[in-house]
Design a protein around this ligand. Structure first.
Ligand SMILES: NC(=O)C1=CN([C@@H]2O[C@H](COP(=O)(O)OP(=O)(O)OC[C@H]3O[C@@H](n4cnc5c(N)ncnc54)[C@H](O)[C@@H]3O)[C@@H](O)[C@H]2O)C=CC1
Ligand SMILES: O=C(O)C(=O)COP(=O)(O)O
Length: 413
C-alpha cells in the first residue's frame, strides 16, 4: 500500500463512527459564537467533546461567524447554524464535499418579529431622538418640566394604524411581522414569489399580495425586508427600487446589510426622500447618521430564540452524526430511516443516474446483504442510507468513495 493510500485509509477509518461500545471515540464538535448551553446539553458529555479550540471536529456549530475564509477540515461531516441565515457559510463548497449544512428555520422568528415591530414604533414616534433629548437634559434651575413641554413638538410622530406596511419576503419572519402588523391596525401588502404553502396558510388572510416588488414599494408607508441574502437579493433595494418608494416612507432592514445598496440608501437619507432607515446592521457610514436607527444585530438575541435555535440545531446535528438522519439541511434532502441494530452507510452523492446501482453492486460483489435502504434527492444532490448486516472495512468504504459522483460516505455502527 502506498503512503497516499494508507493516509486515505486512515482518514476513512475516522469516517466509521461507533456507538454503544465501551471503547467508542467521542464525536468532536467545534463551536463558534455564543451558543446557548440549553442547546448544547442535547449533546451528552458521554458521546460528545465540545469546544472552541477543537482542531479536527466531526461537526461545527455556529451563529454568525464568517466561515468563508476559514479552512474547514476534512473531518467535518456536518455544519449547524443556530439561526436562519447561512450566508456566512460556504454552502456550495460544503455541498460539493457532501457535508450537510443545517439551520433552525423559524426558531428565532418571533424574536426578529418583535424587534421589527419595535423598529416600526421607534421610527414612527421618533423614539431614539426623543430619548437622546431627555438623556441630554439637566435640571440646573428646576425648569425641566417647562423644557420638556416646550421641546416635545420636535418629536411629534405618526401612528401605525391605518398606514400600509410592505413586507418583502414572506418566510418565517415576514409572515409573523405581517400578522402582528395587522393586529396593530396596519394594512399589509406582501411580496414573495417563492412563498411556501405552509407560510401562505399562516399569513393573515387580509394581507394583500403584491404582483411585483415595485407595486409593493409604491403603495407602502413602511417597507420591511425579510428575504434571504443570495446573488438574486444582493442590492435588491438599489437606487431604482428606493426611488419607487413613496416619498417620506420608512425602510426597515432586519434581513442583511447587503440587501440594500448603501450608496443609494445614503443618497435617499441625505435628501430626506426616506423618512427613516431602521437596520440591524451597523456600518461606518450609518453611525450617527440623521434618520438612521441602527441596532447591533440584535434580532435573534433573546434568551428564548437563542435556546430554540441551539436546541434545534444540536438535535439535528446529533441525529445526523448518530443515525445519518437529515432534517432541515439547506443543501441536502430530508431523509430518515428507522434505526435498528444494523451497521449503516450514510452516503452523499450527486443527483445523477446510476449512483444507487453502482453502490449496491459493490456491496453485492463483497457478499454484503442490504437490509434496508432509502435514497432521497434535492436539486443537484442526493443522500442514501443503507443498512447492512455487517461492518464494512475502510478499504470497501474507500471503494464506495471512489465512485464518481459519491461526495462523502461513512459507516455508522
Ligand atoms: N437580524 C437578525 O438577527 C436576523 C436576521 N435574519 C435574516 O432574515 C432572513 C429571513 O429569515 P427567515 O424568515 O427565517 O427565512 P425564510 O427562509 O423563512 O424566509 C425567507 C423568504 O424570503 C423569500 N425570498 C427570497 N428571495 C426573495 C425575493 N427576491 N423577493 C421576495 N421574497 C424573497 C423566500 O421565498 C422566503 O419565503 C434570513 O435569511 C436572515 O438573513 C434571520 C434571523 C435573525
Ligand atoms: O439567524 C440569523 O440569520 C441571524 O442573523 C441571527 O444571527 P445571530 O445568531 O444572532 O448571530
Amino acid at each position: 500500500m502506498d503512503t497516499n493510500q494508507s493516509g486515505l485509509n486512515m482518514r476513512l477509518a475516522e469516517h466509521i463512527t461507533v456507538s454503544s461500545e465501551g471503547n467508542e471515540e467521542k464525536f468532536k464538535i467545534k463551536t463558534y459564537n455564543n451558543l446557548s448551553p440549553i442547546g448544547l446539553e442535547k449533546l451528552s458529555s458521554a458521546r460528545y467533546e465540545i469546544g472552541s479550540e477543537i482542531e479536527y471536529p466531526d461537526a461545527i456549530l455556529l451563529r454568525s461567524q464568517d466561515l468563508h475564509n476559514v479552512v474547514i477540515p476534512d473531518t467535518v461531516k456536518a455544519v449547524g447554524r443556530a439561526g436562519s441565515g447561512v450566508n456566512n457559510i460556504p454552502v456550495d463548497e460544503l455541498s460539493a464535499r457532501g457535508v450537510p449544512v443545517f439551520n433552525a428555520p423559524g426558531a428565532n422568528a418571533n424574536a426578529v418579529t418583535e424587534l421589527t415591530i419595535a423598529g416600526l414604533l421607534m421610527a414612527a414616534r421618533n423614539i431614539p431622538e426623543a430619548l437622546a433629548f431627555v438623556n441630554g437634559l439637566k435640571d440646573e434651575d428646576g425648569g425641566l418640566d417647562a423644557r420638556v413641554e416646550q421641546s416635545k413638538c420636535r418629536f411629534s410622530g405618526i401612528e401605525l394604524a391605518g398606514k400600509t406596511l410592505g413586507v418583502v419576503g414572506l418566510g418565517a419572519i415576514g409572515v409573523k411581522v405581517s400578522n402582528v402588523a395587522r393586529a396593530l391596525g396596519l394594512k399589509v401588502v406582501g411580496f414573495d414569489p417563492q412563498m411556501t404553502l405552509e407560510n401562505a396558510w399562516r399569513l393573515s388572510s387580509d394581507a394583500i399580495p403584491a404582483d411585483s416588488l415595485n407595486e409593493l414599494l409604491s403603495r407602502s408607508d413602511f417597507v420591511s425586508l425579510h428575504v434571504t441574502l443570495n446573488d438574486q437579493t444582493r442590492h435588491l433595494m438599489d437606487d431604482i427600487r428606493i426611488g419607487k418608494m413613496k416619498p417620506n416612507a420608512t425602510l426597515l432592514n432586519f434581513s442583511r446589510a447587503e440587501i440594500v445598496d448603501e450608496a443609494a440608501l445614503l443618497a435617499a437619507l441625505d435628501t430626506a426622500m426616506l423618512r427613516a432607515y431602521v437596520s440591524d446592521f451597523p456600518s461606518p457610514a450609518l453611525l450617527n447618521r440623521p434618520r438612521a436607527i441602527v441596532l447591533p444585530h440584535l434580532g435573534a438575541s433573546t434568551k428564548e430564540a437563542e435556546e430554540n435555535c441551539a436546541r434545534m440545531v444540536c438535535e439535528q446535528v446529533r441525529d445526523f452524526l448518530e443515525n445519518g438522519t437529515i432534517r432541515c439541511a439547506v443543501n441536502f434532502p430530508d431523509i430518515h430511516l428507522s434505526r435498528n441494530e444494523h451497521f449503516r452507510l450514510a452516503i452523499a452523492n450527486d443527483n445523477i443516474p446510476g449512483m444507487v446501482s453502482q453502490i449496491t453492486a459493490i456491496l453485492a460483489e463483497n457478499n454484503i446483504n442490504i437490509v434496508d435502504m432509502l435514497n432521497k434527492s434535492r436539486g443537484n444532490y442526493a443522500f442514501t442510507l443503507i443498512d447492512i448486516n455487517e461492518r464494512i472495512s475502510p478499504e470497501l468504504l474507500a471503494r464506495l468513495i471512489s465512485i464518481k459522483g459519491v461526495l462523502s460516505a461513512r459507516g455508522i455502527a
